[in-house]
Ligand binder design. Structure first.
Ligand code: NAD
Length: 482
């Protein structure tokens, strides 16, 4: 049984209590490794390590910090195959996806912020009163970086890179459900030669290790990606502590398809935006709205294509959909399919996963599911399901599409499919979403802001948005005599 360890102060350690949690392989349903069940004492040790490392790291010349970050990115690339296999086995996503997206993006995150921090500029203001003012941006201290299970190493490095590039130190708490690549990454941090305590990774439950981390008095910054409910709970727990916080939360993203779109591209991309990574991407389009005149044609074609998608062993190149992350999550997603039937919906796609080998019979699989006939107000169209389930609903006017698209508590992203440029500009401004993709999905420029409106979060990540978040802004106002 593999034992994952915490990285604290440059050492790979078991939890102080010696307690562990089971870590499952979603593709087989079996426990295959053990992860530290860390508590307050482990967190305290990691915060002390990060606090001790902060003066040295923040005072290290930026060139030297960047050289280490680049070295870490190179090590990820060298170990890409192992990391991709580990990510797929731990999370349930197809191996081809981990190879094509998750792991390359992890090293790209590090390189991107290493370059970005070398290219920051400072603004100065001069006026006629013999005063010159300039802006200092300084690192803040030990930062809590909390990441979810859907894109484990991808999101972890998306937070670590800007945090340490700007001179902060990090205490990371990866999801207890997908700790494996964070464990392997910890070894690479040591191999790259980071000073002890600059990057600490503490595993364990959110309610125990995570809660101890966010409420720790010596941690002034929290960067959180996860569910809206958890984000709200953390915000309440630390409101009185005036920490700098960023929340990247859930979504229930609309995919609005007008009759004048490129139909083939809309079908192809909507299949990906609905079911890639088992629909376990916060940016997946889970509510498809289709203009009435092409509704029947769209539904027929979309359902036929969905039924062709191969579900099965994540290690097989043929699988488009792998296993869901856990038994609990699979049960939750399936319960929404049952709820949809009670709410008057019709399931149009095949059910039951066929062709699983003996080894995979107990894995957490389900077929991608398309549901029609639901009212926009019902729970299935309002709540985040975070699995391979989409609803399709017709609309007749732009206003109706907009009302339904905006009629949820979330506001993370949206996709708009049309060839009418005026409509693109007119509607984009009115869609309540941090990102609006037009005739595309998931295109990401790392300089662009990513984040949500309404209950999808507070703050933005990416480029300068992240660099600003991880630094304090100070105005130095200098008066001089003429
Ligand atoms: P989650 O909220 O259950 O857990 C996220 C992380 O928070 C985990 O590491 C967990 O251990 C930790 N945690 C839980 N309780 C905590 C507490 N009290 N204090 C501190 N940490 C705590 O979310 P999840 O199920 O892992 O991830 C799925 C959710 O993440 C979905 O809602 C999805 O939309 C969202 N998500 C959002 C984005 C984005 O960029 N907006 C990206 C990916 C995932």
């Amino acid at each position: 049984m593999e034992q994952i360890r915490n990285l604290i102060g440059g050492e790979m350690l078991a939890s102080l209590s010696g307690e562990t949690l089971d870590n499952f392989n979603p593709s087989t349903g079996a426990v295959y490794s053990k992860v530290p069940d860390s508590g307050e004492a482990d967190i305290d040790r990691a915060v002390q390590a990060a606090t001790s490392a902060f003066p040295g790291w923040s005072g290290t010349p930026v060139n030297d910090r960047v050289a280490l970050i680049m070295k870490l990115a190179d090590l990820i690339d060298e170990r890409a195959e192992d990391l991709a296999v580990a990510e797929s086995r731990d999370q349930g996503k197809p191996l081809w996806l981990a190879k094509a997206v998750d792991i390359p993006r992890a090293s790209a995150n590090l390189r991107f912020f290493a370059h970005a921090v070398m290219n920051t500029k400072s603004v100065a203001f001069t006026d006629v009163n013999n005063v010159v003012e300039y802006i200092n941006r300084s690192p803040i201290g030990p930062c809590a970086l909390i990441s979810p299970w859907n894109l484990p190493l991808y999101i972890l490095t998306w937070k670590i890179a800007p945090c340490i590039a700007t001179g902060n130190t990090a205490i990371c708490k990866p999801s207890e459900m997908t700790p494996m690549t964070a464990g392997l990454f910890s070894e690479l941090v040591i191999e790259a030669g980071f000073p002890p305590g600059v990057i600490n990774i503490v595993h364990g439950l959110g309610s125990k290790a995570g809660q101890a981390l966010v409420t720790h008095p010596d941690v002034p910054v929290i960067s959180f990606t996860g569910g809206t409910k958890t984000g709200g709970h953390i915000a309440e727990s630390v409101a009185h502590m005036f920490k700098k916080t960023s929340f990247e939360l859930g979504g229930k993203n609309p995919n609005i398809i007008f009759a004048d779109c490129d139909f083939e591209k809309a079908i192809r991309t909507s299949l990906r935006s609905s079911f890639l990574n088992q629909g376990e991407i916060c940016l997946c389009g889970s509510r498809i709205f289709v203009e009435q005149s092409i509704y029947d044609k769209f539904v027929e074609r979309f359902v036929a294509e969905t039924d062709q998608l191969v579900v099965g062993d994540p290690m097989s190149k043929k699988s488009f959909v792998g296993a869901l992350v856990s038994r609990d999550h699979l049960d939750k997603v399936l319960s929404y399919v049952e709820l949809a039937k009670k709410e008057g919906g019709t399931v149009l796609t095949k059910t039951g996963v066929e062709g699983l080998s003996e080894a995979h019979k107990l894995g957490f699989y389900m077929r991608p599911t398309v549901i029609t006939g639901l009212s926009p107000e019902c729970r299935v169209q309002q709540e985040e399901i975070f699995g391979p389930v989409v609803t399709i609903t017709p609309f007749t006017t732009e206003e109706e599409a907009l009302t339904m698209a905006n009629g949820v508590q979330y506001g993370l992203s949206a996709s708009l499919w049309t060839s009418d440029n005026s409509r693109v500009h007119r509607l984009s401004k009115k869609i309540q979403a941090g990102t609006v993709w037009v005739n595309s999905w998931m295109y990401r420029n790392l300089r662009a802001p990513l984040g949500g409106m309404k209950s999808s979060g507070i703050g933005r990540e990416g480029g300068d948005y992240s660099l600003n978040f991880f630094t304090e802004t100070q105005n130095v106002s200098v008066s001089y005599s003429s």
